[in-house]
Design a protein around this ligand. Structure first.
Ligand code: DGL
Length: 287
């Protein structure tokens, strides 16, 4: 059956999830998507899990309200903070989350050492602990928490000498330890592949889980629903013009980017609906 408006919802704290969205577009070009960047709360990595979970829950509600029938948490930090709880809460909606791709790296390593480049919320989360225990008990894992790299991608500054130095500093401990794989455990980092590749040469293989996430999305799309139009929508809680520029720069797409607005002081956090956003824009501060 066709279900008008049924689409794939994809969320991240910012532009990082676009590295997953491009894989979804490549694999499922006829499926409509709706992308949400919570740039008002970026970065997620340093925030407590409970806070990130509250944002992700509100964004999931927003996406479902807009027709999402599958939700892809295209953010390792958000998945670490919320995936297990959200699975219990949204039992009727397939959720695709991200966990550090330790399994393929630990399976393929020859040196017995792998590196994981990530953020704090992911490094201290239950999914990372689980994959390490399950797949890397015999592997030495060098974890580098690298919040500066998220900023570098968001600011589109990956080609400056200063950014190159910061990226190199995070890779060095892995190279020193003899790692032959580096797992990109933050969806922002695939956008740094060119710089990382230039720095590690053939010493480390770069593991990007994006294509596997796209394949999982295809698997969980409800088989009874045929997508109608392959239209893509974009929302940010930050600056739509800036997001639109990054959408073009990072994945070569031009699309209408709409503003999403968090309700001031709402607890739990809540996003305004379209009619409420309109009313909110009518409220002018008294000067
Ligand atoms: N892109 C997010 C991830 O995959 C993290 C960025 C952030 O810290 O907000 O972990």
């Amino acid at each position: 059956m066709t279900m008008p408006g049924a689409k794939i919802g994809v969320l991240d704290s910012g532009v990082g999830g676009l590295s997953v969205l491009r894989e979804i577009h490549a694999l499922l070009p006829d499926y409509p998507t709706i992308y949400f960047a919570d740039q008002d709360h970026l970065p997620y990595g340093p925030r407590p899990h409970a806070e990130v979970r509250a944002y992700v829950t509100a964004i999931a509600d927003f996406l479902i309200d807009q027709g999402a029938v599958v939700i892809v948490i295209a953010c390792n930090a958000a998945s670490a903070a919320s995936l297990l709880d959200l699975r219990a809460q949204y039992s009727g909606i397939p959720l695709v989350g991200m966990e550090p791709a330790v399994k393929p790296a630990a399976t393929a390593t020859h040196s017995g050492v792998i590196g994981v480049l990530t953020t704090q919320a992911t490094a201290s989360g239950p999914l990372y602990a689980r994959v390490r225990q399950q797949f890397a008990s015999d592997t030495r894992v060098i974890t580098q928490v690298a919040p500066e790299l998220v900023e570098i991608v968001e600011n589109n500054s990956q080609h400056t000498p200063e950014s190159r130095r910061i990226i190199a500093d995070h890779l060095q401990p892995m190279l020193d330890a003899g790692a032959d794989h580096v797992v990109l455990a933050c969806t922002h980092f695939p956008f740094l592949t060119e710089t990382i590749q230039a720095l590690v040469g053939d010493k480390m293989h770069i593991v990007n889980p994006g294509p596997a996430v796209a394949r999982q999305t295809a698997r969980v799309w409800p088989s009874a629903i045929r997508p109608d139009t392959a239209e893509n929508q974009y929302y940010t809680s930050g600056d739509p013009a800036q997001f639109s520029m990054m959408l073009h720069t990072l994945i070569g797409l031009d699309g209408l980017v709409q503003q999403a607005v968090w309700q001031a002081d709402a607890m739990p956090p809540r996003l305004l609906k379209a009619n409420e956003r309109h009313n909110a824009s009518q409220i002018k501060p008294i000067t």
